[in-house]
Design a protein around this ligand. Structure first.
Ligand code: GDP
Ligand code: MN
Length: 383
């Protein structure tokens, strides 16, 4: 679950990472009240989950009440890369000497945490990575050991952070690591991490993504759920407990197992199509789960064909088939199904589908994943 900047900063503050005093505002009047409480000058910041807000005009400096009114009025309702601004974060403006970058992520292949640190912050880190990869220090951290103050200091030196800022950066790296691990984050990123003329180091932005699988030990995350930006399809999927991610294409995908679901997206891509979603119905899915999955896919107006790719292990072919028959009785599917059913009880499943008397225009069966992908993509393209 991705947090908004203001939530990320509140999260940082729990781990003693210094952030500017400020508050949220949903109206111009609230923005004025928060600005007065934070102390002028202030920065008025659009709260949308997309980068490059500054360049898009979603971040403005305000020296007095009139300027807060002007900028808050302009930014509220603004469309930034398809995200409409409904909320602002207003904070006391900082003087900036330098801008750095710091983040922690999980490197699954290395089975370690990954610190990325650069003296070139404030800009897109992807840009730095492309132009000047040596400017980013990458350090793997063994989760058993964690990161010590000394290691953090060495990383700062390696990243060519100036001597006067090394201690401040190292302290924040240790705090940010605690936030990342104890706070159960997938990503904890500060860009920019700033050096003020006073010598203090301070988080000016916050990008935090929480690991959903850890939510059982964080009842306090409930408040973030309330503001979570899910598209309607994802909301519907959540009510059915489905592992669903909405995408932009026109081929609806249902597969059992995350690995097969990802391969299915790849194959659809390979034959020139685009997936409308990722949907993993998991192992051992029964008829109800299949019916719910079809309901969620059917909700997506862009879906032109539905590719069901099942390799039965624990999942049994006849359950899959029963689910499809049931779903076809329950919902009027907007797009035809192409199914590849293989593995446990696939034969029984195919027999059920055949005996259900479903017309060819609504369901076709293909023996392999590739043929099914080709058929699904051809239908999606109107061929
Ligand atoms: P992003 O563009 O969405 O990543 O938003 P950021 O919060 O990172 O802000 C973008 C840029 O705005 C920063 O890199 C700063 O240069 C500038 N900025 C943000 N807050 C302040 C502030 O308090 N003082 C000053 N002088 N600049 C700021
Ligand atoms: Mn930023």
């Amino acid at each position: 679950m991705d947090l908004f900047e203001y939530q990320g900063k509140q999260y940082f503050a729990r781990f003693d990472i210094p952030v500017s005093p400020g508050g949220v505002a949903d109206t111009v009047d609230e923005a004025v009240r928060v600005a007065e409480a934070s102390g002028f000058p202030v920065v008025v910041k659009a709260q949308v989950q997309v980068g490059g807000r500054g360049k898009a005009g979603g971040i403005k400096l305000a020296n007095d009440i009139d300027e807060v009114r002007l900028h808050a009025g302009n930014i509220l309702g603004m469309d930034i890369k398809g995200h409409v601004v409904k909320r602002l974060w207003v904070e006391h403006a900082s003087d900036i000497d330098e801008e750095y970058y710091a983040s922690y992520t999980l490197d699954r292949a290395a089975k370690k945490h990954l610190l990325m640190l650069s003296a070139q912050g404030g800009v897109d880190i992807e840009e730095v990575a492309a132009k000047d990869p040596d400017a980013i220090v990458k350090l793997h951290i063994d989760p058993v050991d964690g990161i010590s103050e000394a290691t953090a200091r060495q990383a700062a030196v390696d990243a060519k952070i100036p001597a006067k800022a090394v201690d401040g950066v190292a302290t924040i790296l240790v705090q940010l690591y605690r936030c990342f691990t104890e706070g159960d984050c997938d990503l904890a990123e500060i860009n920019p991490l700033i050096l003020k003329p006073t010598g203090e180091v301070h988080a000016l932005d916050a990008k935090v993504s929480l690991e959903n699988n850890a939510s059982f030990r964080h009842p306090e995350w409930e408040e973030y759920r309330a503001t979570e930006e899910l598209d309607e399809r994802e909301q519907l999927a959540r009510t059915h407990d489905l592992q669903y991610i909405g995408l932009e294409g026109s081929v609806g995908i249902i597969a059992n197992g995350a690995g097969l679901a990802m391969s299915t997206l790849d194959v659809v891509n390979q034959v020139g199509g685009q997936a409308a979603n990722f949907l993993d119905i998991g192992g051992g899915a029964n008829a109800d789960v299949m019916a719910a999955a079809l309901e969620v896919i059917n909700f997506d107006k862009d879906v032109k064909s539905i590719f069901i790719n099942i390799f039965g292990g624990i999942t049994r072919g006849e359950e899959v088939a029963k689910g499809i028959v049931e779903a076809l009785g329950r919902v009027d599917l907007r797009a035809p199904i192409v199914i590849r059913l293989d593995g446990t009880n696939a034969e029984e499943g195919r027999t059920i589908l055949k005996n259900a008397g479903i017309p060819e225009s609504k369901l076709v069966s293909k023996p392999t994943m590739l043929e099914a992908a080709e058929a699904a993509v051809a239908i999606a393209k109107g061929k």
